[in-house]
Ligand binder design. Structure first.
Ligand SMILES: *[C@@H]1O[C@H](CO)[C@@H](O)[C@H](O)[C@H]1NC(C)=O
Ligand SMILES: *[C@@H]1O[C@H](CO)[C@@H](O)[C@H](O)[C@H]1NC(C)=O
Ligand SMILES: *[C@@H]1O[C@H](CO)[C@@H](O)[C@H](O)[C@H]1NC(C)=O
Length: 360
């Protein structure tokens, strides 16, 4: 196990040595790896054996009960990335090494902006859920609203609201404790990338915050709803993923050399403010059409596409105009099932043929 892990680290560092535009510090650690299926062995590795920065390891040692929650946050982040991008040319496929997302983790494109946001949001979501479930000693659900509400309008706050403040603070602290890049030759670009990490991680957290919704329950004689009790809950994580996907579509390109401050690259629009919940990127994305082993881009050859769809999953767009192959796939299933007295079900075997299209 140990050997496999250190080999992964080695491979990651090799990758980073080959491609100098990447952040150097992900060699030392990338907490996102905790969410990949390869991390099943972490129970035995302890905090020190994990691919975390020194500060994160300290945090992990001080609060070992948080580790499963961090893993869960990383897991839902990775899952949601793949879910949102399953029909796109870039489908958020993951690698075997600690970088998890390979080139895209640090490419500076809007794909890496999405990754940063969805992973930070995953951490907020999972920590907050653990708080509400009473699994953590550091936090619980929010009963502070109990006295508020609006009696005149016949409702009041009650019960257990999701308290995302602890989750937000934890996500900030944990992600900001990533190793800082150390090579001075990257100074300008390094700063822009640092800005990108901070901004997009925060945008992810803001998404969780923005999508808090209010649930209410009625009380009163025979469901008359004379009194309502309301509490706040987080949206399901796929809603948050969907929100971030929209932000990704409108990601703002920012200046590569902007010092800390986020400035639009587009001169005409420079006065238009960049909101806290906007995603930002510094590099244009490649088209992801053809394989580029060096960058870890798979290309879309062999991807299944939809012949009639005008959207991203359509053969036209997904295959980048190269065309597609069609093969017939035979499905056998039970059909025309009838209940026979008494007591069994009799079915026929039906065969259906479907055309499956894959990109050339
Ligand atoms: C993404 O696409 C590649 C082919 O380009 C495929 O091998 C892989 O299974 C896909 N991954 C996901 C998560 O859909
Ligand atoms: C709370 O802890 C229990 C027992 O360890 C676990 O099964 C459950 O998934 C946890 N729930 C959350 C939301 O963390
Ligand atoms: C293909 O796309 C069309 C149009 O968007 C849609 O109606 C159809 O359900 C899709 N087919 C599959 C197999 O996803």
């Amino acid at each position: 196990m140990e050997k496999g892990a250190s080999f992964g680290l080695f491979r990651c560092c090799m990758l980073f040595a080959v491609i100098p535009i990447l952040f150097p510090y992900h060699c030392q650690g990338n907490w996102m790896w905790l969410g990949s299926t390869a991390s099943g062995i972490t129970e035995k590795m302890g905090c020190l054996g994990l691919p975390l920065s020194n500060k994160q390891k300290d945090l992990c040692k001080r609060k070992p009960n948080l580790l499963p929650t961090i893993k869960e946050g990383a897991r839902i982040g990775i899952y949601e990335c793949q879910n949102q991008f399953k029909h796109e040319r870039w489908n958020c496929s993951i690698t075997n090494d600690y970088s998890v997302f390979g080139y895209e983790l640090t490419s500076g494109t809007k794909e890496s902006a999405f990754i940063l946001a969805v992973m930070a949001a995953g951490l907020v979501h999972s920590v907050t859920r653990a708080c509400s479930a009473g699994n953590l000693t550091e936090c619980s659900c929010d009963r502070s609203r109990q006295s508020g509400g609006s009696a005149d309008e016949g409702w009041h706050w009650g019960g257990c609201s999701d308290d995302i403040q602890y989750g937000l603070a934890f996500s900030r602290k944990f992600i900001h404790s990533s190793e800082k890049p150390s090579s001075p030759d990257l100074a300008g670009e390094k700063e822009a990338r640092e800005t990108m990490i901070l901004h997009n991680s925060e945008a992810g957290r803001q998404a969780v915050s923005k999508l808090l919704s209010v649930n209410c329950r009625c009380h009163g004689v025979s469901g008359s709803c004379a009194v309502k009790t309301c509490w706040k809950t987080m949206s399901s994580f796929d809603k948050i993923g969907q929100f971030l996907k929209e932000k990704y579509e409108h990601s703002v390109q920012i200046l590569d050399r902007s010092k800390k401050k986020v400035r639009r690259k587009d001169k005409v629009q420079r006065k238009v403010p960049v909101n806290r919940d906007d995603l930002v990127h510094i590099k244009k994305s490649p088209n992801y059409c053809v394989e580029d082993k060096k960058l870890g881009i798979h290309g879309t050859r062999g991807r299944q596409c939809n012949r009639t769809s005008p959207a991203a999953d359509g053969c036209n767009l997904l295959c980048c105009g190269r065309g597609y192959n069609t093969h017939v796939v035979r499905h056998v299933e039970r059909c025309d099932c009838k209940f026979v007295w008494c007591c069994y079900v009799r079915c026929r075997r039906c065969e259906t043929m479907t055309d499956v299209h894959t990109c050339k």
